[in-house]
Design a protein around this ligand. Structure first.
Ligand SMILES: [Cu+2]
Length: 279
C-alpha cells in the first residue's frame, strides 16, 4: 500500500485549523464581563474553541482526502479490501483524544480552583428562589431582605448561599459567568467577585414551570458606601418560613394539618384506620 502524504495532510490541517480558529474568534461568544472570574473562564473557552477548530480541521482534511483519493472509478464494480483492525491506528486515535481531554480537564481544574478561592472578607448573601421570584437576605445586616432586586458592593467577594423553596432553579448573571443550581432541601453556594459597577439581570436557567421565562431579578453592583446606604434602607426581615430547613417545613405543615384536623382543614383525620386507603 502506498504511503499517505503525511506532511501535506498535516500542513493542510494546520492551514484549515488556523482559518477556522480566526473565524471563530471574530465573534464575542461570552458577552460583557463584570466579575473577576470572567477573564480566566473566557480564556478557557477560547482555548477550547481553538483546540476544537483544529480537531474539526483534521477530520475535514482526512475525510476530504479520502473522498477524492479513493473515490470509486467509473465502471469499477469490485468490492473494497477486507480490512480487519489496525492496532497502530487505534492506539493513535485513542491516545490523541485522551491527551486533549486530560489537558482540558486539568486546565479547567486549575481555573475552577483559582476562581473558587475563598476571601475571608467575603459578604454573605442568602438567595431564596421560588416559582417564579427571587428574594435576597442579608444576614450580616440584620437579616434584612429584598424582593426581586439584588444589590452587591463592587470589588468584594460575595458568598451567595442558595435555597430553593419548591423546585430546582438556577442562578445566573451572564456578565459574572458563574451559574449555580438552587436545590430544595440543600444549600448550594457560589463565590463571585463583581468587578464592574452597573445594572445587570439575574436569570433563572432551570426550567421550573410555566412562569420560568419571567423569573428574573434586577442586579445592582455599586460602591461599598452606596451599598451600605441601600441595605440600611431595607425595612423588613427575611420571613421566618424562608429560614426553615426542609425537615422543619414538613414538620410545620404537619402541625398545621393537625391543628386543622385534616388535610386543608377538611376534618378528615388521615391517621384514623377508617380513612386509610386499603386498596
Ligand atoms: Cu426557572
Amino acid at each position: 500500500m502506498e504511503r499517505l502524504p503525511y506532511l501535506k495532510l498535516a500542513l493542510a490541517s494546520i492551514a484549515l485549523g488556523t482559518i477556522v480558529s480566526i473565524l471563530m474568534m471574530q465573534y464575542d461568544w461570552m458577552g460583557d464581563a463584570a466579575s473577576t472570574a470572567a477573564g480566566p473562564i473566557d480564556t478557557l473557552m477560547d482555548v477550547s474553541i481553538i483546540i476544537s477548530s483544529f480537531v474539526f480541521a483534521i477530520v475535514c482534511v482526512a475525510l476530504g482526502y479520502a473522498l477524492v483519493k479513493w473515490r470509486v472509478k467509473p465502471g469499477d464494480e469490485g468490492d473494497g479490501l477486507p480490512i480487519h483492525g489496525n492496532t497502530k491506528l487505534e492506539i493513535v486515535w485513542t491516545l490523541i483524544p485522551t491527551v486533549i481531554v486530560l489537558f482540558l480537564a486539568g486546565y479547567s481544574w486549575v481555573v475552577l480552583n483559582d476562581i473558587e478561592k475563598e476571601d475571608p472578607n467575603a459578604l454573605t448573601v442568602n438567595v431564596y428562589s421560588q416559582q417564579f421570584a427571587w428574594t435576597f437576605g442579608y444576614p450580616e445586616n440584620g437579616n434584612k431582605w429584598s424582593e426581586g432586586v439584588l444589590h452587591v458592593p463592587v470589588d468584594r467577594q460575595i458568598d451567595f448561599r442558595m435555597n430553593a423553596q419548591d423546585v430546582i432553579h438556577s442562578f445566573w448573571v451572564p456578565e459574572w459567568r458563574i451559574k449555580k443550581d438552587n436545590v430544595p432541601g440543600i444549600t448550594t453556594d457560589a463565590l463571585i467577585t463583581p468587578d464592574k459597577v452597573g445594572t445587570y439581570q439575574l436569570i433563572c436557567t432551570e426550567l421550573c414551570g410555566a412562569g420560568h421565562a419571567t423569573m428574573r431579578a434586577q442586579v445592582v453592583v455599586q460602591t461599598q458606601e452606596e451599598f451600605d446606604r441601600w441595605v440600611k434602607g431595607l425595612e423588613s426581615e427575611v420571613p421566618e418560613d424562608l429560614l426553615l430547613t426542609a425537615d422543619q417545613a414538613i414538620e410545620l405543615e404537619r402541625q398545621i394539618q393537625e391543628a386543622e384536623q385534616g388535610i386543608d382543614g377538611s376534618g378528615v383525620d388521615e391517621t384514623s384506620a377508617e380513612n386509610v386507603d386499603q386498596s
